[in-house]
Design a protein around this ligand. Sequence first.
Ligand code: SF4
Ligand code: SF4
Length: 98
Amino acid sequence: MSEQGKAASIEEKQYLLRFNADTKSHLTVLNANTCLTQCPDKICTIFCPAEVYKWEDIRMHVGYEGCHECGSCRIGCPHQNIKWEYPKGGHGIVFRLG
Ligand code: SF4
Ligand code: SF4
């Protein structure tokens, strides 16, 4: 099968998305200690399709700029430890067609 015939990679699909990131995060990890001591699996690093959450030694790094606004982290965190607000008007993700 030729290169062109292959399914689009995630990078290619993300090219169809445009981000207009706010300077202030719309995602907040409420209690860093909960992540450290009560969540051994750190499943936000797994369920987030945009890989926004990255565990760095003893804390969670939140790369909010890449958020796809799927809403999964509002229900996916077993400790309700993620505060999710809608990005302000004009910010966040823009979907392009074609
Ligand atoms: S799933 Fe929730 S508690 Fe666990 S590491 Fe992520 S934000 Fe922290
Ligand atoms: S809303 Fe979706 S894409 Fe954004 S941080 Fe949460 S799980 Fe990741």
